[in-house]
Design a protein around this ligand. Sequence first.
Ligand code: ASC
Length: 149
Amino acid sequence: MKKIIALMVAAALTAPLAASAQLTNAAAAIKHRQAAFTLLATYFGRINLVVKGERPFNRTEVLTDAQLVETISRLPWIGFAPGSDTGKTKAKPDIWLEEEKFNSLREDMQVKVAALRVSAQDGDLAKLKGAFEHARNSCQACHKAFRTD
Ligand code: ASC
């Protein structure tokens, strides 16, 4: 009996954790993807300052920022969980209706930020600027199609 109670307590404690880990809760899913996009904008924004000439071009720092952008670009997507189209979000419901298009824009962005990281490795400012522009356009394409503003 004691063992059964202990098992029930353990199940009760772990169940909500498992649910939020899978982001089955719409509010948690929205929070997750917004947090990821906030971080993405922070590190992308640091590179933007370099591109605009408002921050010195330091190859090591830019490479770190670009590597972080590339890594963070993998994080938002589990936040677009089914049922998380309503709530405190600018995400258009079309995301869940045109999944193929959404995934293709996501992949394009991930390809472009990978190229941005390669250009940062090269350490050539002109190349970095070009790759940054491509990456920015890929962000914008998805916002235009799938974000309300
Ligand atoms: C940024 C940023 C975005 C994109 C977007 C591109 O620097 O924070 O969300 O570029 O503005 O149009």
